[in-house]
Structure formats: C-alpha cells, structure tokens
Design a protein around this ligand. Structure first.
Ligand SMILES: *[C@@H]1O[C@H](CO)[C@@H](O)[C@H](O)[C@H]1NC(C)=O
Ligand SMILES: *[C@@H]1O[C@H](CO)[C@@H](O)[C@H](O)[C@H]1NC(C)=O
Ligand SMILES: *[C@@H]1O[C@H](CO)[C@@H](O)[C@H](O)[C@H]1NC(C)=O
Ligand SMILES: *[C@@H]1O[C@H](CO)[C@@H](O)[C@H](O)[C@H]1NC(C)=O
Ligand SMILES: *[C@@H]1O[C@H](CO)[C@@H](O)[C@H](O)[C@H]1NC(C)=O
Ligand SMILES: [Cu+2]
Length: 272
C-alpha cells in the first residue's frame, strides 16, 4: 500500500445555469430604459434572442421624473396609449417580476417617449418550454494524481473491460486532469500506465441527464475487485511497468460522489 496511489474523483457539476435560477434582465443593458437613439428597434433587438422565463425579472433603469415604466395591453402598446395602464412604476431602477406567460407589453408614458421607441415587448415562457429537451450540462470530473506516475484515459466499454489502452478515446496526462462529461451514459476511465488498470485503477461513471433528486446516482458495475493478496500472483504484472500496479488490498472501496446538479447527476465509483 506504500505505493498506492489514489485516484480521486471530484464531481464538479457546473451549476452555472441552474435551472431554478431566475434571470435578471437589465432592459437595454447599458442603454437603460430611455428614448433609444435607434428607435423602437433598439428594445426589440435587445429582447430578441433572449429567453424570458416566468419568475425572471426585468430591470428598467431610468431617471426618476424623466421616464416611467408602465405595463399595458397590446392595443395600448401598439397605440402608445398610456392613459390606462395595468400598472405604472415611477422609480428607477424598477424591477418587474415576470409572473405570467405570454406577450407582455411595457411602455414609458412620458410625452412621446413611447412613439420614439421607448417600448418593450417580451414573450414569457414557462421553465419547461424554455428547455424543451434539456441537454445535460457538461459536468467535469477532476482526476488528481502524481504527474508522470499515472494518466487518465477514456476508453470504450470493451477496452475498459479488458484494460486495452491501445486506442483511447481521450488521454489526459497532466494532473489534475479535467474531464468534461458532456454525454449522458457510461464513461470509462483507466490509468494507461501498464499494469495499473489491471491492478484496479479504473473507473466507470454513469452520467444521467435527469435532474431529479430522487434519481440517486448509481455506480456502474464494480470493476473487477482486485484480487486478494493470496490470489494476487494470478494477476499478470507486465514487465517494464513504470510503477508497480496498484495493489488494492481487500475490497476496493466503492465510494459515491453524487452530485445533484440541476440537470445532471453523476455517479462515480472511486477506489484506491
Ligand atoms: C442604471 O444606470 C446607471 C447610470 O447609467 C448606472 O450607474 C447603474 O449601474 C444602472 N443600474 C442598473 C441596475 O443597471
Ligand atoms: C402579476 O403581478 C402583477 C403585479 O404584481 C399582478 O397585478 C398580477 O395579478 C400578477 N399576475 C399573475 C398571473 O399572478
Ligand atoms: C486492443 O484493441 C485493439 C483495437 O482497439 C485491438 O486491435 C487489439 O487486438 C486489442 N488488444 C487486445 C490485447 O485485446
Ligand atoms: C465535449 O465537449 C468538448 C468541448 O465542448 C469537446 O471538445 C469534446 O470533444 C466533447 N466530448 C465529447 C465526448 O463529445
Ligand atoms: C445510467 O443511469 C441511467 C439512469 O439511472 C440508467 O438508465 C442507465 O441504464 C445507466 N447506464 C449504465 C450503463 O449503467
Ligand atoms: Cu420615457
């Protein structure tokens, strides 16, 4: 065990785009909420390409007394009629929570500001339709190991099963190896240093695309448990190996690193 290396898997789920997170949209970005020099196209362009989801917020940034923001009906929006609004907010920056789906219409009721282009329509969608078929968020696994002593190779299942590293799908030599798990399903990793895989330095990860917390991570089939010391001589030990193959005494410890990211959970077995 003196030479036992350790292979640590950190499951680092990218939580950057947590599906539950609300997005705060600053209307017009740095332009703010004003009479846009580009006319009405300015706010149309700002909104295009953005996804507005229920519970997101719009921030209308304007100077008090110079503008306001009013939610209006479509006909009032089209006519720039601020006479009867759904609500009017007088203090900037004004935050509006998008609490319903569908087209929402906002104008400034000051003078001819709306006609000059200070108007905005956004189409608000449900969270579910915002992500029709949620792609798994890439998740990253970090393999930490001593430089030169080990590497990380991703293999096919067949090659993984037989510890055949002749044609790895990917090879990572510099620790810590950051492996992006951007596909659901099984991922198979070994150390490509001769003998190490056969000695048990292999890891299978199942990446699932479900964000359900009820879907607890499950390890793939446990790789062949390292032989107990008494039967160890049967394990081939290739000559010329750079380091003795890891001799795992007893049962490989099968740990779980379960990361319940919003869209992804991953299961991993790590053992050393
Ligand atoms: C609103 O605009 C002012 C002046 O441009 C800027 O300093 C401030 O950061 C803006 N606020 C927001 C919430 O964008
Ligand atoms: C959305 O919020 C506005 C202002 O708070 C409120 O008047 C309106 O009834 C809300 N709509 C829904 C569908 O909750
Ligand atoms: C390893 O895989 C390659 C193809 O990927 C194959 O040609 C070779 O025979 C395999 N070696 C062993 C020992 O199975
Ligand atoms: C995963 O994504 C990275 C960057 O987006 C890409 O370079 C890599 O080829 C992808 N891997 C797979 C297995 O799709
Ligand atoms: C990976 O996990 C998913 C969901 O739990 C399961 O349906 C699938 O069979 C697993 N794949 C493997 C190779 O174990
Ligand atoms: Cu105005």
């Amino acid at each position: 065990m003196a030479r036992s290396f350790f292979l640590v898997l950190f499951a680092v789920a990218t939580l950057l785009h947590g599906s539950a997170a609300q997005t705060r949209h600053v209307v017009g970005d740095s332009t703010g909420w004003t009479i846009p020099s580009g006319g009405a196209a300015t706010y149309t362009a700002w909104a295009s390409g953005k996804t507005f989801v229920v519970d997101d917020t719009l921030v209308f940034n304007f100077t008090n007394g110079q503008h306001d923001v009013a939610k209006v009906t479509k006909s009032a929006y089209d006519a720039c009629n601020g006479a009867s609004t759904i609500f009017t907010l007088l203090s900037g920056p004004a935050t509006v929570t998008l609490n319903e789906t569908g087209e929402q219409y906002y104008i400034c009721t000051f003078g001819s500001h709306c006609s000059l282009g200070q108007k905005l329509t956004v189409n608000v969608v449900n969270r579910a339709s915002a992500t029709p078929s949620p792609a798994p968020q890439p998740s990253r696994s970090v393999f930490n190991y001593q430089s030169n002593a080990h590497n990380v190779e991703e293999l096919t299942k067949e090659d993984y099963d037989s510890c055949n590293s002749s044609s790895p799908l990917a090879t990572y030599t510099t620790p810590p190896a950051r492996v992006t798990l951007n596909k659901t399903g099984a991922h198979y990793f070994i150390c490509g240093v001769p003998g190490h895989c056969l000695g048990g330095q292999k890891l299978a990860i199942n990446v699932t695309g479900s964000g359900s917390t009820a879907n607890s991570p499950s390890p793939l089939a446990t790789p062949p448990s390292p032989s107990s010391p008494s039967t160890n001589p049967s394990t081939p030990s290739p000559s010329g190996s750079l380091a003795p193959p890891p001799q795992n005494s007893g049962a490989a410890s099968l740990g779980l690193v379960g990361v319940s990211a919003t869209l992804l959970s991953l299961a991993a077995a790590f053992f050393y």
